[in-house]
Design a protein around this ligand. Structure first.
Ligand code: ATR
Length: 282
């Protein structure tokens, strides 16, 4: 096949995105020829951009901030994963239709369980933040049957709303999950100790910024995981280590694994992620 597969990543800001390099690595594994665009797109220009891209023979597009919710309105079919997350991070063309899916939760749980060897079953998990990133990952985490899941957000009402919304959508029957939501007050945060603390807030996008968590939060924590990816340890990771967390990780592995799942949706090919996991792209 010498025709190139037309792929893209869109969002704003977008210049930092490593998606073109990640997908080029996957494509090389199968001798698949791809043409991967990186375009700045806003919610206002999204509909037109998608229409033009798919009209011109586009196969698949990765969707990043701030378009993940809005993009759902531009697909003919929405996967269960995307419906539960109320967001999508991939849209692709198949059988004359546009499909929206969310591979973020898959990417995170794969990175946690397979790459970092942290099983989620029966564990106590704290998720910081209740925005789109939290919505994208929580359904996949619940699937893994943790014992307790707490969502803590600066704006408490947003965490409560997220919980209420999910309880109406996710089948929690047969899962003995304790699911709680609250604010960032110490009494709520410190009422438990957590095997896993996940930072899904956007705080790490602002260099040097701290959520202001109590240090004692991390005593007993096996892994503190930041969804954000950066060459240096984020403030959240540094604070977790100082607070006694055994291990910290940024979101590079999740980025690679969600990309691999998106690549599978576009090509039916399952790439090997091991090389990229070892060697982040600078
Ligand atoms: P995303 O799609 O990345 O989740 P978002 O929907 O704008 O982006 O959500 C950002 C999240 O980061 C929110 O949970 C936000 O808390 P609020 O709901 O109170 O705004 C959280 N956040 C951003 N900056 C923060 C900070 N400095 N401290 C604590 N939480 C912060």
């Amino acid at each position: 096949m010498d025709k190139k597969l037309k792929l893209a990543v869109i969002g704003k800001p977008i210049s930092h995105s490593k998606s073109p390099e990640i997908h080029q690595d996957f494509a090389n594994q199968f001798d698949t020829k791809i043409e991967f665009r990186k375009d700045e797109v806003t919610p206002e220009t999204l509909e037109t951009w998608l229409a033009d891209f798919f009209k011109a023979g586009g196969k698949g597009v990765s969707i990043t901030l701030p378009l993940k919710e809005e993009a759902l309105n531009n697909a003919d079919e929405i996967s269960d994963r995307a419906r539960l997350a109320s967001a999508c991070n991939v849209i692709y063309a198949k059988d004359e239709k546009l499909f929206a899916d969310c591979t973020d939760g898959f990417g995170l749980t794969k990175d946690l369980e397979e790459n970092l060897k942290v099983r989620l079953k029966d564990k106590k998990i704290l998720i910081l933040g209740a925005g789109g990133a939290a919505r994208g990952i929580i359904p996949s985490i619940i699937e893994k049957k943790p014992a307790k899941l707490k969502v803590a957000n600066r704006t408490e009402s947003k965490a409560l709303l997220l919980k209420e919304d999910l309880e109406g959508k996710v089948d929690l029957k047969g899962k003995s999950l304790i699911f709680q939501a609250g604010g960032l007050a110490d009494d709520f945060l410190l009422a438990d100790s957590y095997d896993l603390v996940i930072n899904s807030t956007s705080v790490s996008t602002q260099a040097g910024e701290s959520i202001g968590l109590p240090k004692a939060l991390f005593s007993g924590t096996k892994l503190a995981y930041d969804l954000f990816y950066a060459a240096e340890k984020t403030v959240f990771m540094q604070e977790a280590l100082a607070g006694g967390a055994e291990k910290v990780s940024d979101g590079w592995g999740m980025l690679v694994e969600q990309g691999a799942e998106s690549f599978r949706l576009w090509t039916n090919l399952i790439p090997d992620t091991s090389r990229l996991l070892e060697k982040p792209i600078d």
